[in-house]
Design a binder for this molecule. Structure first.
Ligand code: ADP
Ligand code: ADP
Length: 229
């Protein structure tokens, strides 16, 4: 369970436009921290930098004290499971889609995924079993079911760091709360960074960082921030 830290990170996509303006925060090992803020604040940019799609202009991003710019991109990515808002599934079975996160989704991977206790609560909520074909020629999954498959696919790799990038934002609030409750139950003690634009999404986070124009505007517990409103 690693610690994740941003230290004075400055970054932009274009030379004359800074998106993150000296951002610093730390996610202690095994903790669950959320980042909220208006659209365009730079939340997804944080996820992209942590996944090493880009490197900061200045400042450092550390996993367990090690600057990720000095580590192979592949090993950084191995440590992180990202669940995006609109996950794309393969036109294949539910089992294949989930086991894909593991060892290329061979039969053994599918069998072992099917026995993986960490993903059971997500599988149980699906309308049909592992062998069911989904996608164009198969079963059409709802947004919530799709995200459940995507979360299971990420968890099956047992990543020490879990990053939810608006993973449930597009869902109705009941489905969202349902998935979040399950996640909270099974991802305790995993270092978790949840990116969201609504405070309701991050009730289980120990600390919430409010990002505005690439800087931290506020930070506190869920209760602290509700008081500030
Ligand atoms: P490379 O072409 O090898 O990526 P660059 O010299 O273009 O190297 O720099 C890498 C990136 O960092 C570029 O996108 C550049 O615009 C950006 N960059 C670095 N420092 C700054 C800065 N202080 N202001 C604006 N952009 C910067
Ligand atoms: P958030 O996730 O908080 O909505 P993002 O991190 O996605 O915000 O984006 C922050 C800013 O960076 C936005 O103004 C967005 O337009 C800009 N941006 C995002 N991706 C790119 C890109 N690939 N090229 C140029 N600008 C980008």
């Amino acid at each position: 369970r690693p610690t994740v830290a941003f230290e004075n990170v400055v970054f932009g996509y274009e030379r004359d436009r800074t998106i993150l303006n000296g951002l610093s925060f730390e996610v202690p090992a095994g903790d669950n921290i959320a980042i909220v803020g208006p659209s365009g604040a730079g939340k997804s940019t944080i996820a992209r930098l942590l996944f090493r799609f880009y490197d900061p202009w200045s400042g450092r991003i550390l996993i367990d004290g090690q600057d990720i710019a000095t580590v192979k991109q592949a090993s950084v990515r191995e440590a992180i499971g990202i669940v995006p808002q609109d996950s794309v599934l393969f036109n294949d079975t539910i089992g294949y889609n989930i086991a894909y996160g593991k060892d290329g989704a061979g039969e053994d991977a599918v069998r072992s995924a099917a026995r993986d206790a960490a993903i059971m609560p997500f599988i149980e909520a699906l309308p049909q079993g592992f062998e069911t074909e989904v996608g164009e020629r198969g079963l059409k999954l709802s947004g919530g079911e799709k995200q459940r498959v995507a979360i299971a696919r990420t968890l099956v790799k047992d990543p020490p760091i879990l990053m939810l990038d608006e993973a449930t934002s597009a869902l109705d609030s009941r489905t969202e709360q349902d998935i979040l409750a399950t996640l909270d139950r099974i991802s305790r003690h995993r270092t978790t960074l949840s990116i969201a634009h609504r405070l309701s999404t991050v009730a289980s986070a120990h600390e919430i960082l409010v990002l505005d124009q690439g800087k931290l505007a506020e930070r506190g517990t869920h209760t602290d921030l509700l008081k500030m409103d």
